[in-house]
Every structure is written in structure tokens, then in C-alpha cells.
Design a protein. Sequence first.
Length: 228
Amino acid sequence: MSGTSVIDDIEIVVEDIGHGGGGKPPDRDEHRGGGGDDGNFRPRRPNPSQSGQRRHQTAILLAMVSICMFFMALAAAFLVRKTGKDWINFRLPTIVWINTIVLLTSSLTIGIARRRLALNDLSGFKIMWRATTALGVAFLVGQVVAWRDLVAMGFYVGSNPSSSFFYVFTAAHAAHLLGGILALFYVLFRNFSKTRLSLSIAAEITSYYWHFMDGLWLFLVALLYFGA
């Protein structure tokens, strides 16, 4: 037995002891050269899909945080301004409550759509995803109806601080919800086989934003109901 072989055998014994003596010792070629025939160390590269998922999740999280801060600032201004003597209370249009039901239903359908996708039911996923998109569009139409009803009641944007906040809150929410509707259309028609982002990840991220807009709307309705 050559001196080199003896040294190699000693290395195996030492490595086995270092791993607890109970497991299979690592391959010497893998230990020295990352498993390659050329003996060069090759570090493990990050999975592009996982890094892309984290990047998109971080982006949507930052977007939701910034939107939340924007509306919290408006809510604080609303509560401060409400103490003014020129504040006139008004009844929220009935369509606001219908819109709330529509948006809550859309959160239900988008959840069902994701479950269908998890079961590899692509047809069921598309049906429920289209339903969510249609409900989102219906919500925006309902917002226009709410504004028209408020005008019919004699409340315009500049009529009173209370009505001004109603228009600002609902218009800002509608603008951000429109971004969610565009994301719904993107997931529905995008060919994800040509992108690093998978359909399941895109649907997951979009659903996060949609549920966030749903919760934000509930907060705004409660604020307007008890304050307007």
C-alpha cells in the first residue's frame, strides 16, 4: 500500500469521526472538488425561481405597507377634521353596502381559485379567477354609482369636509383596486412557461394584495359609517 493511500484512509476515518461516526462519510471528490471531475470547488447556486419569488413577495409587501401608511395618514386627518363645526353628517349610499358584499365575495372566489390550482384543476382555477376579476370590475362600477347617488343627495366634492373625505377615500381605494384588477388579468392571460415566475406564485402574490384591499375597504367603510 502506498503512502498516499494510507493518508487517504486516515482522512476517511477522521471525517467519519467528525460526523458522529454513524453516517456515511462524504465522498472525497465531493469534499475536495464539489463533486466535479476537475477537482474545482463549485458553490451551490441559488434557485432562480425561489429568489424571484422572494423578490416579488418583498415588492408586494412594501407596496402594501406604503398604501397602509397613506390611508392611515388620511384617516388621521379625517378624525381631526371631524371635530370642526362645519362638519355635516350624511347617510352612506346603499350601494356602499352592496359593494362591500361584492368585494367580500371576490375574496372568497380568489381563495377557491388558489385551492383549485393547488389541486391541478386548471379549468376550475380559471373559472374562479375570472369570477374574481368580474366581481372586481363590478365593485368599481358600484363606486361610480355611489358617487352619483351622493351627488343626487346634494353632496359634492367641495360641498362639505365629510363628503370630500368620502370621495377621497373611495377614489383612492378604487385606484389601488384597479391595480389589483390589472394583476388579475395578468395572471389570467400571461403565459408563465416563458417566465421564471410560476403561475402558482403569481396567483399567491396577487391574492395577498387582493385580500389586503378587501380588508382596507372594510376599515374605510367602518370609518365613514361612524364618522361621516
